[in-house]
Design a protein around this ligand. Structure first.
Ligand code: SF4
Ligand code: SF4
Length: 173
């Protein structure tokens, strides 16, 4: 009985693991031409919880929500990739990915939830949605958001890994 009931709950809500395909279905991954144009926010917010912090965190009105339990809708043409929403999301459900760089170099901005975060110039391990290492990157910037006190890290990553980078682990040697 329990098995039947849990089978009806979508995989990503049972496991907390959200595939890139699922993010595409939810409209959270921009089209390729927008991705190539410059930095843009990638949301991973799938729980209809009462939260609208991102709506008010965005100075460009790129995030919309009709009611507080809706999932956020992002207008990728309004999003500048500024990253202001990243530190303020209580669910750590926002990254910024920039694939517009020359060559094979991209960047990802994301929250780091441990103390003593890696600093500029450090090598870090790039993690996928399962927490598995998929490569290494180099920290470009680390800062602590004043209000949320969350650490935010901008990391340089190979282009083919940027969208798949969902977390970081210090020490990539
Ligand atoms: S990255 Fe900046 S512009 Fe884009 S949604 Fe977040 S706060 Fe708004
Ligand atoms: S702030 Fe984060 S958790 Fe809250 S609605 Fe926005 S994306 Fe979801």
């Amino acid at each position: 009985m329990m098995g039947e009931r849990s089978a009806k709950i979508p995989l990503e809500r049972r496991t907390g693991v959200i595939s890139i395909q699922k993010l595409k279905e939810l409209g959270y991954i921009p089209a390729d031409d927008r991705l190539r144009r410059g930095a843009v926010a990638i949301f991973e917010c799938i729980e209809p919880i009462p939260c609208n912090v991102c709506v008010f965190a965005c100075p460009f009105k790129a995030v919309e929500m009709n009611k507080i339990t809706d999932l956020p809708k992002i207008d990728f043409n309004k999003c500048t990739g500024c990253g202001l929403c990243v530190a303020q999301c209580p669910g750590q459900a926002i990254r910024v990915v920039d694939l517009s760089g020359k060559g094979n170099s991209a960047s990802v901005i994301l929250q780091y939830d441990l103390t003593d975060p890696p600093k500029k110039g450090d090598t870090v391990k790039l993690l996928n949605e399962y927490g598995e290492e998929i490569g290494v990157g180099e920290v470009e910037l680390t800062y602590k958001h004043k209000r949320s006190e969350a650490y935010v890290i901008k990391v340089k990553a190979p282009k083919e890994l940027a969208l798949r980078t969902r977390g970081l682990r210090a020490g990539g040697e």
